[in-house]
Design a protein around this ligand. Structure first.
Ligand SMILES: NC(=O)C1=CN([C@@H]2O[C@H](COP(=O)(O)OP(=O)(O)OC[C@H]3O[C@@H](n4cnc5c(N)ncnc54)[C@H](O)[C@@H]3O)[C@@H](O)[C@H]2O)C=CC1
Ligand SMILES: N[C@@H](CC=O)C(=O)O
Ligand code: NA
Length: 430
């Protein structure tokens, strides 16, 4: 048997503790598949004495995880702390510079610094692997980079945040409060250390920026992702979506368009008949559209201890086997720099909810603004008649440009009878 692969784990929270469990429970199959044992030799976390359900006694303890990058026994540093900068970045940089492989679940780090880290790794002849960073247990990075390498990818999209999908599913099914369901997702280990990253779409944007890079062979451009979270999705919108035949999903969508790339994360109305609208709870799904394969759909748990640890260990097995692949889909110094397409140039259909004073002439005023902006209406629904009181007025609009829609919304918001900021959700036709 070849000599064991020695790993150092930085961060022993949901994912770190999970990795120790997978390596121990599946030791025999992992050793057989890797052709060598994968052994933890060192660990680091903030609290040495917390009960994690795993014994740390066999491992060397480091108070400062960055020192593990200098440990001669260590072949691979597994970074499971999180955060785009600070200690996680310092550790990964130092490990790569010292010729150690890095495996990480940290999407924030890869989304912000992926291109430079890949350049360092490739120059040093080591790997930085990050399967767990995108869509948890779904092996989407491997699928895109390896299995689909023969295709030109035209579009990649999906449900990329388990917390938001769990919340939207539960809001619809149970009618419970946003904050109660968010705290449940935190207890289940799905949410980020700062859950505003989930709720505001930032985590999904991190993942989309990484997917874009692997799918299109371009530099990672997190700032190019146009991002909106689920904070403004209200129970009223969820009810209207049901009535109109849609489900609301937070999607990340990246498409290539003549030398530029459009990257967007926002709530979408998706037909209840579309397969992606059936993906519920903590499950994620990623759809890849390739020019020869047509459509490939991968679905699985996007967050939580077991699925995320499964992805980390998959990367470790690749390192143990000596697999050599580019960090993204082409060598780091050959990644294209693509321009970002602005969302104002996007064409699509829209759902709009207004809160209006229930009085004669409101429909006509709204229709007048839409006409002036060349936006045509598909349906209009008003419920709960309450003369003189604010009531919801819901419209769906035929395909139009985002800029026209925004102009129309500004005009509508200025009408006296419209009493709250209009809410707009894009309708996606999959
Ligand atoms: N929880 C999940 O479902 C998923 C998490 N991830 C990513 O995995 C990473 C870890 O996430 P979780 O395990 O959920 O976080 P966590 O908060 O449960 O664990 C973080 C660990 O890092 C340690 N840590 C923090 N600062 C430290 C420092 N200065 N020095 C040493 N240790 C330090 C903490 O003590 C803790 O053990 C993050 O990058 C996260 O985005 C990725 C996919 C899914
Ligand atoms: N907070 C993330 C964890 C996995 O990436 C999520 O909810 O998807
Ligand atoms: Na993954």
């Amino acid at each position: 048997m070849n000599k064991p692969l020695k790993i150092a784990i930085a961060g022993l929270g949901t994912v770190g503790a999970g990795v120790i469990k997978v390596l121990s429970d599946n030791k025999d199959i992992i050793t057989a598949r890797s052709g060598r044992a994968i052994e933890v030799c060192a660990v680091s976390a903030r609290d040495r004495h917390r009960d994690r359900g795993v014994s740390l006694a066999p491992f060397t303890w480091y108070d400062n995880p960055v020192d593990m990058a200098l440990d001669d026994e260590v072949d691979v540093v597994v970074e499971l702390i999180g955060g785009s900068d600070g200690i996680a970045k310092a550790l990964c940089e130092k490990a790569l510079e010292n010729g150690k492989h890095v495996v990480t679940a940290n999407k924030a780090l890869i989304a912000h610094h992926g291109t430079e880290l890949a350049k360092t790794a490739e120059a040093k002849g080591v790997s930085i692997m990050y399967e767990a960073a995108v869509a948890g247990g779904i092996p989407i990075i491997k699928a895109l980079r390896e299995g689909l390498a023969g295709n030109g990818v035209e579009r990649v999209y999906g449900i990329l945040n388990g917390t938001c999908n769990y919340m939207l599913t539960n809001m619809r099914e149970t009618g419970r409060d946003f904050d109660v369901i968010l705290s449940e997702a935190q207890d289940l280990g799905y949410a980020e250390a700062d859950p505003t990253f989930d709720v505001d779409g930032i985590d999904a944007a991190h993942k989309l920026a990484i997917l874009t890079s692997v799918a299109f062979g371009c530099e990672v451009d997190f700032d190019g992702v146009q991002t909106e979270g689920i904070r403004h999705v209200s129970p009223v919108d969820i009810e209207f979506a049901e009535e109109l035949g849609y489900r609301i999903k937070l999607l990340g969508i990246a498409s290539r368009q003549n030398g530029s790339v459009e990257q967007r994360v926002h709530p979408c109305m998706v037909s209840k008949k579309a397969p992606i609208s059936q993906v519920e709870g903590v499950f994620n799904a990623v759809v890849v559209e390739g020019n020869f394969v047509d459509q490939v759909v991968l679905q699985g748990r996007g967050a939580g201890e077991g699925p995320t640890a499964s992805a980390v260990v998959g990367d470790l097995v690749d390192v143990a086997r000596g697999v050599k692949v580019p960090t993204f889909s082409v060598a780091a110094d050959k990644l294209e720099k693509l321009k970002s397409a602005p969302l104002t140039g996007h064409n699509g259909s829209y759902y709009v909810r207004l809160m209006v004073v229930d009085e004669p002439g409101v429909f006509a005023d709204v229709a007048g603004v839409l006409k002036a902006n060349n936006v045509s209406m598909e349906t209009i629904v008003q419920r709960n008649r309450a003369p003189g009181e604010p009531v919801p007025l819901v419209l769906t609009l035929h395909e139009t440009s985002e800029q026209s829609m925004l102009n129309a919304l500004n005009g509508i918001a200025a009408l006296d009878s419209v009493v709250e900021t209009p809410r707009m959700i894009r309708i996606e036709d999959f």
